[in-house]
Structure formats: structure tokens, C-alpha cells
Write a protein that binds this ligand. Sequence first.
Ligand code: FES
Length: 137
Amino acid sequence: MAETITAVSEVPENSSYLFSVEDAFTNEREAIIVPCEDDPGVEAWINDCPHEPQKLDRGSGAAMRDGEIICPKHGSMFDACEGGCGNGPAAGMSLLSVDVEVADSDVVLVDNDYEFLKTGGLDDDDSGPSSTSPLSF
Ligand code: FES
């Protein structure tokens, strides 16, 4: 089922928009929408580097340069439109694609393998005991 993720205008010009999906095995995964020069202007990928367990977008947007997404761990760069990598330790590997389309200025998830869960990453609404303790009032 096609589900709207966000407006195209919400996707940063030189970084990524983070959202969460559930795959066919009910695993929750993070995914990113990135700007791409080719039509329809955005692409989406699972938010994992194929080299080692490492999120490309760690919650504040992935680093990008010249249309490529930069892995924060070892610096491999992935083509934002194609997902492929030609350099660094992830050379020859590719990001896992998530199919999206643009409709009425919105980015729509059209991938049968993934269901839209929410905007933001999986840890975003962790109400852990970090900053505000419920006991301190
Ligand atoms: S973990 Fe991304 S290049 Fe090594």
C-alpha cells in the first residue's frame, strides 16, 4: 500500500530525511530519503552501511558531498541515486533500496517489502531514564 512519508520539501538539500519501516519479517528498520539529481528528485535507502553495522544517518542527517552519502565510520561514499559505492572499504557494495515515488509533492512509500512505521529513527521516542527522571518532581 502506498503511504505518504513526508513532503518533498522536507528532504534536506544535502543530507537525509530519516524514517522507520517494518520489513516483511516484521523487523523494524531505519531508512533515509536523500536528494538525487535524477527524476523524481529523491531516493530512499535502508539506513545501514553494507560494510559493517553503522547507520549513515545517526539522527541528525547523513553527511553528503557531490551527490554521495558518506559513511561516518570509514568514509565510503554511496551514490545517492544508485546506492552503489566505488571507494573505501565498502567499494563494490550497495545500499539496500527502498522504493519511493513522488506524488503531489509528497514522497510516497511504494515498496511491497516495507511498511511505513513513523518519521524519525527507531530510537527517537525512547523515554529512557536519561534526561528527565519521572521521580524528580
Ligand atoms: S562501516 Fe561504512 S564504510 Fe565501513
